[in-house]
Design a binder for this molecule. Structure first.
Ligand code: PMV
Length: 333
């Protein structure tokens, strides 16, 4: 195979992952459930290198160290694991801000793992591919499977039971929308890798949050089965707030929010109670806010969000698919 292009979408966790029980293997302390964003796309092309070294091009230019370094670590891991020697050129681009808390590492490593799988004919099953992508970035395990996915935390020390599984396809809940309110699109100042480790080690609230996991996973599965937005939204919002609480109480405190993040949270709660529009927020390791809502309420919500000081712009997304090759059908990697 001389060239291969794969396509992956970032995912947003409804029940979050934050913290590893094994740093080396990226094994999480809790299971998580996500939905995939159709509107955001990562495309990754692998070709044979014209010289003896590997090359990494991100968004059409040489990647800065902070972005290139985890990619190089991942490629070396794969080369070692599967005894690969051919030098390659990797070109990857996102149609959304990179490393800004919008899960570009999830789609990035899902697309890269899938491209390596095809380019080197590794013949990995979706489960094995999810495990491989997890090695790049934990949440990438869920972008491999797409739609609505659950990443099982697993029990085994070797991580062979810690992979994502698709719960529902992207068409399961056609009216569901996610509005991404962008408040900042610069590269994050703090990597989630270090922030989550510090949280585990120092937050007095961490153990209690982990205790909630099993009940919340069960309730979220139920909300998805019954397509119950208030149940899904309340749970997602609470789980996100609780995750950020563990960061705020870690030592030293970690806070990814900017003033506009707080304004958006306040507005969403107000719209929900005063205008009785079902809408809920969830926030990851960055200041941007994702709003869960229904198709019919998008125009009213966009109007309100765009009026908030500090909101740069908003993007509305439906639910996206699993990772796939560009010229083949979904699930064909
Ligand atoms: O996959 P990472 O290491 O970028 O961690 C992602 C963590 C959160 O986005 C905050 C939560 C999640 O489950 O995606």
């Amino acid at each position: 195979m001389n060239t291969i292009t794969t396509v992956a979408h970032p995912n947003i966790a409804l029940i979050k992952y934050w913290g590893k029980r094994d740093e080396q293997l990226h094994l999480p302390t809790r299971s998580s459930i996500s939905l995939t964003l159709e509107a955001f796309v990562t495309e990754t092309t692998i070709t044979s290198s014209s010289d003896e070294s590997d090359h990494i091009i991100v968004n059409n230019s040489q990647a800065p160290d902070r972005i290139a370094s985890p990619i190089i670590t991942f490629i070396n891991y794969c080369k070692n694991k599967y005894a690969l020697s051919t030098p390659i050129t990797i070109q990857t681009s996102n149609n959304f801000p990179t490393a800004a808390g919008l899960a570009s590492s999830a789609s990035g490593f899902a697309a890269l793992a899938a491209a390596l799988n095809v380019f080197f004919s590794l013949k990995l099953s979706p489960q094995e591919l999810s495990i491989l992508a997890r090695q790049g970035s934990g949440s990438a395990a869920r972008s491999v499977t797409g739609g609505f996915s659950m990443w099982h935390k697993g029990m085994l020390p070797d991580g062979s039971d810690s992979y994502a599984e698709q719960l529902f396809t992207q068409t399961h809940w056609p009216e569901l929308r996610v509005i991404i309110a962008i408040t900042q699109q610069d590269i994050k100042t703090q990597s989630s890798r270090h922030a989550m480790q510090q949280t585990i080690e120092t937050s007095p609230d961490y153990a209690a949050w982990i205790e909630t996991s099993e009940d919340r996973i069960a309730a979220m599965r139920n909300a998805l089965i019954t397509k119950n937005l208030p149940l899904l939204g309340e749970l997602a919002e609470q789980d996100s707030l609780d995750m950020h609480q563990t960061m705020h109480t870690s030592k030293p405190p970690i806070n990814f929010f900017v003033p506009a993040t707080y304004r958006i949270m306040r507005t969403i709660k107000e719209i929900r109670t005063k205008q009785t529009i079902p809408c809920y927020f969830t926030i990851d390791a960055g200041p941007n806010v994702k709003i869960l809502c229904l198709d019919e309420h998008v125009p009213a919500l966009l109007k309100a969000l765009n009026d908030i000081e500090g909101v740069l712009y908003c993007i509305t997304s439906t639910i996206g698919p699993a990772v796939h090759t560009k010229d083949k059908e979904i699930h064909s990697v």
